[in-house]
Each structure stands twice: as C-alpha cells, then as structure tokens.
Ligand binder design. Structure first.
Ligand SMILES: [Zn+2]
Length: 151
C-alpha cells in the first residue's frame, strides 16, 4: 500500500495547507499508523500501538482522525451491538464506478469519493467485502440524440 500512502500523504498536506492547520509530524505518524492497519481500528487501538514505538497523546490521535475524516482519507462506522467507533482507511484504488449506455454498451468511468466511502464503510454480517463495481445504466449522448431524431 506504499503508493496509496504516498497519495494520502499528499492529500493530507494539501488539506492542512488549505485549512491553515499545522503540518505536525504527529499527524503524519497517525496517518501512517492508520495505513498500517490490516482492517478497521479504533482510536484506542491506534493509541496503544503507536505508544509502543513513540510517545503520542490520545487527544492528538483523536484530533488527527477527525482531520483524516474531513479530507475523506478514512471512513468511520459502528458495528451492531458495539458502542466503539471504528475507522477504516478509504482506498481510492480498488473500486470501479461506471456509466453504461444500454443501447450501444459504451462505458465511462466516474469518481465519487463520498459514494465510494459510503459503500466501503458498510459492514456486512458474515461477509468481508473486498471491492465493488457499480454500474449506472442509461443512454449516452449519441444514442440519446438518435432516439430523439427517430421520434
Ligand atoms: Zn450509446
């Protein structure tokens, strides 16, 4: 996940610059620790893991997680019968969203980070989701024009 971490770092830097927040080493360390998680994690888990290596206070971790949520680098959710707040790294690579023309079959990719995170943030009982494909069917411009001219 090296490449996606580099991309995430760039996105965080851009966000911190834009919102005039300071680019502290601790914030980047929290991002790195989040990217090292195999699956979902809680702020407490991150805190315990990070303090094995370096000293970082819980408030810093919690505040950084809020920043990462704001710039869509992670998603948060709750599990049934569990009061803990879970977080998961939002990947921008393993998903596909398409617009498909039902007349000629033309396909076009599109990106919607919020939609992607909503789907990725979903937890299914007894099923571990890995990736998803979403297709929206309709008419491309050319086919829509042809249909209109026939009428
Ligand atoms: Zn078409």
């Amino acid at each position: 996940m090296v490449n996606s971490f580099e991309a995430a770092k760039e996105k965080l830097t851009a966000y911190l610059t834009e919102t005039k927040k300071s680019k502290t080493i601790a914030r980047y360390n929290v991002l790195k620790a989040a990217y090292e998680q195999e699956s979902c994690f809680t702020a407490e888990q991150l805190y315990q893991q990070m303090n094995g290596k370096e000293r970082v206070c819980y408030a810093t971790i919690y505040n950084t997680l809020l920043i990462l949520l704001e710039c869509n680098l992670i998603v948060k959710y709750r599990l049934d019968n569990d009061m803990s707040q879970y977080y998961k790294v939002a990947s921008v690579t393993d998903y596909h969203h398409f617009l498909v023309c039902s007349e000629c079959g033309a396909m076009r990719k599109f990106t919607d980070v919020r939609l992607q995170n909503t789907i990725r943030g979903k937890i299914f009982k007894g099923f571990k989701a890995q990736k998803h494909t979403l297709a929206i069917y309709g008419l491309c411009t050319a086919c829509a024009r042809k249909k209109k001219n026939k009428k």
